[in-house]
Design a protein around this ligand. Structure first.
Ligand SMILES: Nc1ncnc2c1ncn2[C@@H]1O[C@H](COP(=O)(O)OP(=O)(O)OP(=O)(O)O)[C@@H](O)[C@H]1O
Ligand SMILES: [Mn+2]
Length: 270
């Protein structure tokens, strides 16, 4: 008589590895006890002290997104290879692992989020805080209205040299950092106003209201995006900063690096 193993066994037959998304300690121990198995832990923190760990910058609500970003990070860290078949175990309905998907790692579907975190000059925590802020602003808007914003993160000295003030800088002489709850409230308030925020590698808010004046030569950003995106993209070619841009018109959050669009996310998907 056939059992469930005969029906579902194909799902885990000859996989190249298992990706455990935020497993409990006992779950992790059980899986690592299986012989000859490549086990990767994926999550916002390595709470089980796994040997092979891929950090997620955000808790992705959507399971397919979570798996896609996790595998992109694993590919980026060379802990899996293009074409590997992975058994991904994650939670979809409860707090614990309740869902298994067999997924082929595909280097082609690379979105760029790992480049943004792993290869930026600014500290990953800072990039994460700004990305989260932009996503949150995109979800809530400013008093219910869609709002746009431009954050330039890292290499602040150079960014300041390639920009000028549109108005008095409310962050002059202050020592506030992104991620601070009070600062997030301030940034949201100021996001109604023109220009860019300039943030240092360590997350200090250097200035608001900056008008960016990078050379736009050789900057290749998708057609249809306006001046905010062009300025954000171009400043990242002239400096080692990254730019995180929330569009007022289409509501998407985009990240630029080296003059190129490397990430596009829909805040409503998080
Ligand atoms: N060079 C610049 N430096 C800083 N901020 C800029 C610059 N150019 C435009 N902005 C800001 O972007 C705002 C929107 O401009 P614009 O509509 O042309 O950009 P966009 O790329 O279409 O962005 P959105 O999708 O939000 O409309 C401006 O009101 C201004 O605050
Ligand atoms: Mn516009």
């Amino acid at each position: 008589m056939a059992g469930l193993d005969d029906v579902f066994g194909d799902l885990f037959a000859s996989v190249d590895g298992v990706a455990l998304f935020s497993p409990s300690g006992s779950y992790y121990e059980q899986v690592t006890a299986v012989e000859d198995l490549n086990v990767i832990v994926v999550g916002t923190e390595n709470s089980v002290g796994a040997e092979t760990f891929v950090e997620l910058p955000l808790e992705f609500e959507d399971v397919t997104e979570r798996i896609r970003f996790g595998l992109e990070g694993a590919l980026e860290q060379d802990v899996i290879e293009d074409g590997d078949e992975l058994l991904c175990a994650t939670s979809a309905f409860s707090d614990g692992i309740d869902t298994i998907s067999r997924v082929r790692a595909d280097a082609e579907s690379h979105t760029g989020i790992y480049d943004l975190f792993a290869k930026s000059r600014a500290e990953p925590e800072v990039v994460k805080a700004v990305l989260e802020l932009a996503i949150e602003l995109g979800q809530k808007g400013q008093k219910g209205k869609p709002v746009g914003a431009l954050f330039v993160v890292g290499d602040a000295g150079k960014v300041m040299n390639k920009s000028r003030p549109l108005s008095y800088n409310p962050f002059e002489k202050s020592h506030v950092h992104v991620g601070d709850p009070i600062v997030n409230v301030m940034l949201k308030e100021f996001s109604r106003l023109d220009g860019a925020f300039v943030i240092s590698d360590a997350g200090k808010i250097v200035s608001a209201y900056r008008y960016l004046e990078p050379s736009a030569e050789g900057v290749d950003i998708p057609k249809g995006l306006g001046a905010r995106h062009m300025a954000g993209g171009a400043i990242t070619r002239d400096t080692n900063a990254i730019a995180i841009v929330l569009s007022e018109s289409d509501g998407l959050v985009r990240a630029f690096k080296g003059g190129e669009l490397i990430l596009e996310v829909d805040p409503e998907a998080y």
